[in-house]
Write a protein that binds this ligand. Structure first.
Ligand code: HEM
Ligand code: NAG
Length: 510
């Protein structure tokens, strides 16, 4: 009896030891696997994950974190697995080598409440609808040929802006709000592109102007909306963003309805008289398609497209040109060189035209340098993985959000010499470009989801900047304030006020 108990005891102990060893071994194996697989990152808090680390300028906070954890970093934002990419080599992995895997967008509140429940191009997840709309952009709406056909619009409107600035400054007697003028410039240009006419602020409901509407949209799109990351808190709308998104969506929707109604009306009249012979605008093209057999473009799709064009077309170029002018005002020698180049190429007897800009190499270096230090969308638009993917030995699970921190790449001392100085010279003689082939300079993103409006964005920005510097000398009172503001596009916090002085030999514009 005693020996039996002893035996049982022993057997039990042995079984226990074996079980424990096995368990421990398996556990080790598993956790080792996971550790190997997930990129490094800060320890998440319960519920919040790492959300509390983002602060008011997420691209800056993430850049500081990447200095600790490396150029591929794993965060948990609420319950959402997130990867932040902060080096050219890594950006190439995500936007080129594994482009398709990361070609989706997360399902987020902006897409839902502002972009017609994911009917636009920029925020819609990957799929047949995105492919159709994207193709429409690249082969119809934003082709080089169509952009070229709107050249007269850009030239007219840039000259109108110059006139406006001169008048508003009381012929150089006082400073003007440069961003405000740039905003109405890009507003006028994009409206004429999609609707063949300009709209004034009082044609917008809600008592606000286009500038306020566009700024509100980029602000709420840049915010990290808690409901996107902690779904259980979605209903609370703690930050008040859902309310703001719905409000600004409503204002935009009334405007888009009006634009389409006008077009439908005009087409009916045109049917009767058949006399109109103008350049087709983007809404025309889309309405034509909607009337074609076999096409499935709805009114909502057209509105969503207008939305993307207006917001993408307005805010990005404004941000860029405002940063460029501000940098130049802080770097007088650089500014003098830009103006010198324009004098050689064009002289002072006439305005700069779009065809002149091609000859202004140094000006284009200034634009590149501004893109490097002040990419208008510092974190691009968030991407999302469609399936699991292994990169550099790390495993990225499906449905992971990806932020490519192009702002951090542009300011990385390991990538750029004197990264924190504004030195357009660095681009002289280099064929580095901003169009998505050089992964250290990615202001337009890259790959399948890269910006389809590059040609358009560059032509507007370059021409506007050229004329601002060719027509005027500028002075500011005190220091130029370079503090960053807030939003998916990051503007200067306090918009630039500067005083123009006429510098062409020709008459003042009246
Ligand atoms: C200086 C001007 C511009 C800059 C810096 C810029 C930058 C960008 C960036 C960074 C993205 C996201 C890329 C990514 O997530 O990988 C993007 C997407 C997009 N941009 Fe632009 N953009 C500019 C002008 C324009 C213009 C003028 C238009 C059209 C009129 C436009 C239309 C779009 C659209 C539709 C998308 C979404 C593409 C997609 O998700 O498939 N952009 N842009
Ligand atoms: C935009 O267009 C309106 C209406 O044509 C015009 O009054 C205004 O001066 C334009 N704005 C700028 C900055 O050119």
């Amino acid at each position: 009896m005693e020996s039996l108990t002893c035996f049982l005891n022993e057997a039990l102990t042995i079984a226990f030891v074996i079980f424990f060893c096995l368990y421990f071994f398996l556990y080790k194996l598993k956790s080792k696997g996971i550790k190997l697989k997930s990129p490094p990152g800060p320890r998440p808090w319960p519920l919040l994950g790492n959300l509390h680390l983002l602060g008011n300028h997420p691209h800056q906070s993430l850049s500081a974190l990447a200095k600790i954890y490396g150029s591929i970093m794993f965060l948990r934002l609420g319950s959402v697995p997130t990867v932040v990419v902060s080096s050219p080599a890594m950006a190439k992995e995500f936007l080129k080598a594994h482009d398709l895997v990361f070609a989706s967008r997360p399902n987020c509140a902006v897409g839902k409440y502002i972009c017609y429940n994911h009917r636009d191009v920029a925020f819609v997840p990957y799929g047949a609808y995105w492919r159709q709309m994207r193709k429409l952009c690249t082969v119809e709406l934003l082709t080089v040929k169509r952009i070229e056909s709107f050249r007269f619009v850009r030239e007219e409107e840039v000259s109108a802006m110059i006139r406006c600035i001169w008048q508003e400054s009381g012929h150089g007697a006082q400073c003007v709000d440069v961003r405000k003028r740039l905003s109405s410039l890009t507003q006028n240009i994009t409206c004429r592109m999609f609707a063949s006419r300009t709209y004034s602020d009082n044609e917008l409901s809600g008592g606000h102007g286009f500038k306020e509407m566009a700024e509100e949209m980029t602000t709420v799109s840049g915010a990290f909306f808690i409901g996107d990351f902690i779904p259980s808190l979605d209903w609370l709308d703690l930050q008040g963003f859902r309310r703001r998104m719905l409000a600004v969506h409503k204002i935009f929707d009334r405007f888009a309805e009006k634009v389409i109604d006008e077009h439908v009306h005009r087409r009916l009249e045109k049917g009767e008289h058949n006399e109109e012979d103008r350049v087709k605008d983007i809404v025309d093209v889309m309405l034509d398609m909607a009337e074609t057999e076999g096409q499935t473009i709805s009114r909502v799709d057209i509105k969503a497209m207008i939305l993307d064009m207006l917001i993408a077309g307005m805010e990005t170029s404004v941000t860029l040109v405002e940063w460029a002018v501000s940098e130049l005002l802080r770097n007088p020698a650089t500014l003098a060189r830009v103006q010198q180049e324009m004098e050689c190429a064009v002289g002072r007897n006439r305005r700069i035209e779009e065809s002149d800009v091609k000859k202004l190499d140094y000006l284009r270096c200034v634009v590149k340098e501004t893109f490097r230090l002040h990419p208008p969308l510092p974190l691009l638009i968030p991407h999302e993985s469609m399936e699991g993917c292994s990169i550099e030995g790390y495993f990225i699970p499906p449905k992971t959000r990806v932020y490519v921190n192009v702002w951090a790449i542009g300011r990385d001392e390991n990538v750029w010499k004197d990264a924190h100085q504004f030195k357009p010279e660095r681009f002289i003689g280099s064929n580095k470009d901003v169009r998505g082939q050089d992964f250290d300079l990615l202001p337009f993103g890259g790959g399948r989801r890269g910006c389809p409006g590059i040609t358009m964005g560059l032509s507007v920005s370059e021409l506007a900047l050229a004329q601002l510097l060719h027509c005027f000398d500028w002075t500011v009172e005190g220091e130029v304030d370079m503090t960053e503001g807030f939003g998916i596009t990051v503007p200067i916090k306090n918009s630039l006020f500067a005083c123009p002085k006429w510098r062409l030999a020709t008459e003042y514009p009246v």
